[in-house]
Design a protein around this ligand. Structure first.
Ligand code: NAD
Length: 374
């Protein structure tokens, strides 16, 4: 069985597996072929892959010869057509929102796994690319903010006077938010955070930040650890609380998301106008609509001296460790579908079933099956 690793599109500096992950895969009895230059932007050259036991090939050869292709971004439809008919395709394809791709995969009777569908269970944690990339996002968001801030993060007492620590407000304390808080604390800032999940409060306090309570949040245990949509009254009280805290903040990092829905709008236009000149907002929810009313995805705007950064593919800005984490997530998932060096799909396994977009012309993930009915 041959696993193929392709070079990602131009805007993507990560690679699905670095040479060390390839080496592990080969030790399981698989052959691996890597497109020439695939690891270049993540600082892994062809020779490093060769030393790990992989063959280096041209893109067309990898597509035509592989029994399984592991990638990050979705492949164009015309390239999927060039794969072997029974080859397995894996990537972070956004299958729930990319109906053209999903329908094509089903019509073509392809077998495809979309890594963002890995369920949010304890057993699946080591395969969860969303969590590992959220760690990267939270860390990078704080660094981006620190680089844009015209002030220091830490407190200083110097002969040239005292510097007060920067004040950071983190909205949404999930994986990315907690990482943003931890990074801001390490840089010496005073950090405030809030979230609609009570479980997040203890985590925020345990890493030394202050938690802002807004009473009356809705929680739903059946949502599997995710936040659920809040009442209009709660959202309004939340916006008012943010408005009050934003005026004292130097930095706001927003990460609030609700799976499958538009991100909640929490930082209003009036709040941006009330913030101090020189403050910075980093909106990690930019691609799902943004938590700030003035966010533009993939753009940085200055509004009355307030910088608003609508982040795009921030994980690609830490390509080496992001690829390392991606590869480890992949290996943990592949353990479920590779046995004795051959592909072995067991749909009795809930992780395999949930992560599978389609197989043999049938949608496998239940949300995908619902989506294609519409
Ligand atoms: P996410 O990316 O879906 O959302 C980010 C954060 O925004 C969440 O903490 C959410 O509660 C918060 N949020 C949503 N609406 C909000 C609002 N109106 N105001 C303020 N905050 C709001 O979430 P995530 O970071 O992926 O994870 C959330 C939780 O799930 C964490 O506790 C995490 O540890 C857990 N988790 C578990 C697994 C697993 O067990 N395999 C995997 C991933 C995450």
């Amino acid at each position: 069985m041959k696993v193929g690793i392709l070079k990602e599109p131009k805007d993507e500096a990560r690679v699905a597996m670095l040479p060390e992950a390839v080496k592990t895969l080969i030790s399981w009895g698989a052959e691996v072929c890597v497109e020439t230059g695939a690891g270049q932007t993540a600082y892994a050259d062809d020779d490093a892959y060769r030393s790990s036991g992989a063959e280096i090939k041209q893109r067309a050869e990898v597509l035509a010869e592989s029994d399984m292709i592991c990638g990050i971004q979705a492949l164009p439809l015309e390239e999927i057509s060039k794969m072997k008919p029974d080859a397995v395709l894996l990537g972070q394809m956004g299958a729930l929102f990319n109906s053209e791709l999903t329908k094509f995969l089903i019509e073509q009777k392809r077998t495809a796994f979309s890594m963002e569908l890995v369920p949010r269970t304890t057993r699946a944690q080591s395969m969860d690319v969303l969590s590992s990339m959220a760690t990267v996002l939270g860390y990078k968001a704080t660094l981006l903010a620190a680089n844009s801030l015209p002030r220091f993060f830490p407190m200083f007492m110097t002969a040239a006077g005292s510097i007060t620590p920067a004040r950071v407000l983190v909205i949404g304390a999930g994986v990315a938010g907690l990482q943003a808080i931890a990074t801001a604390k390490r840089l010496g800032a005073t950090v405030f955070a809030f979230d609609v999940r009570q479980a997040a409060k203890e985590e925020v306090l345990s890493i030394g930040a202050k938690f802002i309570d807004v009473a009356g949040a809705t929680e739903d245990k059946s949502a599997g650890g995710y936040a659920v949509e809040q009442s209009a009254d709660f959202i309004q009280r939340q916006k008012d609380t943010i408005h009050e805290h934003a005026q004292k903040a130097d930095i706001i990092i927003t990460t609030a998301q609700i799976p499958g829905r538009k991100a909640p709008l929490l930082v209003e236009e009036r709040t941006v106008h009330a913030m101090k000149a020189g403050s910075v907002i980093v909106d990690l929810a930019a691609s799902s609509g943004g938590n700030c009313a003035l966010t533009q995805p993939d753009q940085t705007k200055d509004i009355n001296g307030v910088r608003i950064i609508g982040v795009g593919n921030l994980a690609a800005e830490l390509p080496q460790d992001a690829s390392k984490m991606y590869g480890k997530n992949y290996l943990n998932f592949l353990k479920l579908i590779i046995k004795d060096g051959a592909i072995n799909l067991n749909f009795e396994d809930d992780i395999v079933l949930s992560t599978c977009v389609c197989h043999a012309g049938e949608a496998k993930n239940s949300r995908i099956a619902e989506m294609i009915k519409q």
